[in-house]
Design a protein around this ligand. Structure first.
Ligand SMILES: Cc1cn([C@H]2C[C@H](O)[C@@H](COP(=O)(O)OP(=O)(O)O[C@H]3O[C@@H](C)[C@H](O)[C@@H](O)[C@H]3O)O2)c(=O)[nH]c1=O
Length: 376
């Protein structure tokens, strides 16, 4: 592919960090691994700043990590159209940009949300005609005939080195964590508000070995405070039974990768952290983004079916019970968390096999690049 191509990615932040999280990873990977010149248009630089602090939310244009970042504001200034335009999650491109595209005829990709549902394979790479152009729908996914998952070489390297105890100690120090024995069971907690949280914390506090739970600032804070009877601030450690809760400030994406990599169990959510822990080959429990009419439960079940297809029975049983307990607390069986903790070593082996399976599908950025190189 012609490396001088200019790619433009458009990102509208709906809520949370997932939209910008995905777009920022993609932009950086296209720059670093494919040497492409990327301009990222984003409508909310404050959320962006949270996961990449060197982004200055006051600027309309700036370069970070080799990516040109532009504030997407109204009215949208006239600009030269990229040869490849990525519209993330159907964010609807600015009208005057779209008009310019009609003349320039770029490769136009709509990057979709991740889902394990069966229909994704039929819709991946479908095209729809718009104003004499073709818009291609690119679906990330877990199977060979989808766009694959967003993972990069550095992440895989991290997954190969982070189990080594010296590396673990170094990363713990880099994260600024002072009270943590490397023999503890390490876990991280990133989820939405969740009524199953007290049961989980209770089970961790009664585990048969010490547990350190890292809690980055966020939407779990109130639930944690309620269980503890006090707020957990960033930088603080609070112990209850076998469980030490370790409050962390929200960190940049690379640091968060490191945190996921050193933990034995990650509670993740949405799309991006969910993919990171999988591609780090780490056991996890997923809090899926809640949708109306329980649509998300179908998506959760579709994922679990794929993820557990080749898993040993005991692993299957433990993960199903924990996932349901976390996402449908009304179905919680008291034993779910103990079962999960008991099966962690076997789950870790399964996670490694799943990582290899996903790697065989190629990574999303390379798959998009490959698709585009066949279009020019
Ligand atoms: C906890 C933590 C997360 N992160 C990053 C990791 C991810 O890139 C990002 C979180 O994104 P997610 O895991 O996807 O969870 P999310 O809930 O923030 O995002 C969600 O937003 C909705 C609008 C989408 O519809 C969902 O599909 C989902 O993407 O934040 C940090 O950079 N530092 C941190 O300390």
């Amino acid at each position: 592919m012609n490396r001088n191509l200019q790619w433009h990615i458009f990102c509208r932040v709906i809520d949370n960090f997932g939209d910008i999280g995905v777009c920022w990873r993609l932009a950086r990977q296209l720059t670093n691994e494919h040497n492409i010149q990327v301009t990222l248009w984003v409508d909310d630089l404050i959320s962006f700043h949270a996961l990449w602090p060197s982004v200055d939310h006051r600027l309309t244009s700036q370069t970070c990590a080799g990516v040109l970042i532009k504030r997407w504001q109204k009215p949208f200034a006239e600009t030269v159209v990229g040869q490849v335009v990525v519209e993330a999650f159907g964010c609807e491109l600015p009208t005057n940009y779209l008009q310019a595209m009609v003349r320039a005829k770029p490769i136009w990709i709509n990057l979709e949300y991740l889902s394990a549902e069966e229909w994704v394979k039929d819709y991946h790479l479908n095209q729809s005609p718009v104003r004499g152009m073709r818009k291609t729908f690119f679906f990330p996914g877990f199977e060979a005939d989808t766009g694959g998952l967003l993972w990069d070489q550095a992440l895989i390297q991290l997954s190969q080195t982070s189990n080594d105890s010296d590396t673990k100690v170094r990363i713990v120090a880099e994260l600024g964590i002072t009270h943590c024995a490397s023999t503890d069971l390490l876990a991280s907690l990133f989820s939405y508000e969740n009524t199953a949280l007290p049961e989980l914390l209770e089970a961790l506090s009664q585990h048969n070995k010490p547990v350190t739970l890292f809690v980055p600032e966020g939407r779990m804070a109130a639930g944690v405070a309620h269980w503890l009877g006090r707020q957990l601030l960033a930088g603080e450690q609070v112990r209850k039974g076998q469980l030490t809760l370790n409050g962390l400030a929200f960190m940049d994406q690379s640091r968060y990768d490191q945190l996921l990599a050193i933990c034995d169990l990650n509670f993740v959510r949405g799309e991006e952290s969910f993919v990171r822990t999988q591609m780090l080959a780490k056991p996890f429990v997923w809090h899926i983004y809640p949708q109306q009419e329980e649509v998300h439960i179908l998506k959760l079940e579709a994922f679990l079916e794929l993820y557990l297809a080749d898993a040993p029975e005991a692993v299957k049983h433990a993960i199903l019970a924990a996932s349901r307990a976390w996402n449908q607390p009304q179905l919680t069986s008291k034993n779910s968390w103990h079962l999960l903790l008991e099966q962690l070593p076997a789950i870790a082996l399964h996670a490694r096999r799943w990582q290899a399976k996903q790697m065989a599908n190629g990574d999303l950025a390379s798959n998009i690049v490959h698709f585009c190189s066949n279009q020019v």
